[in-house]
Design a protein around this ligand. Structure first.
Ligand code: ADP
Ligand code: GN1
Ligand code: MG
Length: 366
């Protein structure tokens, strides 16, 4: 971050005390995230500062309206449940003008959250209990928003989990091949092409209104949840940029894609990547408990399909981005998106083979 921009932004949020540290923070693929530490007399206070990605979220004002309204809604529910509003949901810090975001002189949009202390976001499951707790929390999150007026939410990214649309965008990227990379990834392209029907499965059920549209998180990977370092409980669901009407099976599926994998999302050694059915089972149990009776029979039946489809969609998105020249997901090395795509397809294949077991596990908890 250039110093002048940083100074301008920090001044606009009127933090108390003296800035001691500003470091890039977390491993999100979308926003630029920093942790700020201020010293005010004896007191030290930390914040999260984010530059929103306006190439991806093209209407940051509407996005912030969503976040403001959703967090206010969650706060009310947390108070009713005698919870801790400063830890159990994101808390926006207003700028000097009382706005929940600041637009700087370069036209960039910034926001600040209270830093949730004594809690960790994990990039891979370290303790099984954490994964189970994250499942309960994502299910519970959906339940807290069950009666939220969905029609007042802006669609922050159009067709975000529309796998049919994702497939069409992928095909276009292959045809255009702007970077001349298609020939070198024929195997991966074929993998997608062979699964056109798969892309339709959940979209068709949604269109036929067999699966209900709910207010969902839509980006339920493990590092979008904070686990309390002391209690081991999931304390807060974060990264609310994509809270929109969606399918509960997709929220389930995206968590499995990321958290039940035995390897990292960008692991190069594919022998290390598979779907761990024990972790999967823990998540099924936790998610069904967290949703507390809200899921319909068909939603439960479709949970394994949600896992396959979210993984397929994500692999397809990584490959599309690779073909288009890596403009969407942040990359940290050459071929990073291709590596990510390969882990996803390895997982899809593995889950396709394990589908009967995955279904049987859901039956156990239905
Ligand atoms: P992205 O959309 O880029 O993934 P996130 O909103 O998920 O951005 O933030 C990136 C990372 O920053 C998170 O994975 C988490 O580690 C950290 N983070 C975000 N918000 C907070 C917060 N309020 N308190 C502590 N850490 C946070
Ligand atoms: C992005 O923002 P982050 O890093 O939590 C992406 C998700 C992908 C994920 C893959 C807005 O999530 O959809 O599943 O990367 N978020 C957006 O790791 O596109
Ligand atoms: Mg994130």
């Amino acid at each position: 971050m250039d110093n002048a921009e940083m100074k301008e932004v920090i001044e606009e949020f009127a933090f108390p005390g003296v800035l001691e540290e500003c470091i890039p923070f977390g491993s999100g693929h979308i926003n630029d995230t920093y942790r700020l530490t201020f010293k005010d007399g004896e007191e030290t206070k930390r914040y999260i500062l984010q530059k929103m990605n306006k190439n991806i979220f093209t209407n940051p004002v509407e996005l912030m309206e969503n976040i403001k309204n959703v967090t206010s809604w969650l706060k009310k529910k947390i108070i009713e449940n005698h919870g801790d509003v400063e830890r159990e949901t994101l808390n926006l810090v207003d700028d000097r003008e009382g706005s929940p975001y600041y637009k700087d002189s370069q036209g960039e949009y910034w926001r600040v959250y209270l830093f949730i202390e004594n809690a960790t976001c994990y990039d891979q499951v370290e303790s099984e209990q954490d994964f189970y707790q994250s499942a309960v929390a994502f299910g519970h999150f959906q339940r807290l928003l069950a009666d939220y007026p969905a029609d007042t939410l802006h669609e922050t990214i159009k067709d975000f989990h529309n796998t049919v649309d994702r497939f069409a965008k992928f095909k276009k990227a292959v045809e255009e091949d702007v970077c001349g990379r298609a020939a070198s990834v024929k195997e991966e392209i074929d993998f997608v092409m062979e699964r056109e029907n798969l892309a339709h499965t959940l979209c068709d059920l949604q269109e036929q209104k067999k699966l209900p549209l709910r207010v969902t998180h839509n980006d339920t990977k493990l590092n979008n949840i904070m686990i309390d370092d002391t209690t081991g409980k999931a304390v807060c669901v974060i990264d609310l940029d994509t809270v929109m009407p969606g399918l509960s099976v997709n929220d389930f599926g995206d968590s499995i894609r990321f958290g039940a994998s035995t390897g990292a999302e960008d692991e190069r050694d594919l022998t290390k990547v598979s779907c761990d059915l024990h972790l999967y089972e823990l998540y099924v149990k936790g998610f069904i408990e967290g949703c507390a009776g809200a899921l319909t029979d068909l939603e439960m039946d479709m949970l394994p399909m949600g896992a396959i489809l979210m993984t397929f969609e994500c692999g397809m998105r990584f490959l599309t981005d690779y073909l288009e020249g890596d403009h969407y997901f942040k990359i940290h090395r050459e071929g990073h998106n291709l590596d990510r795509c390969r882990t996803q397809f390895k997982l899809v294949k593995d889950m396709e083979e394990k589908l009967p077991q995955m279904k049987a596990i859901v039956e156990k908890y239905k």
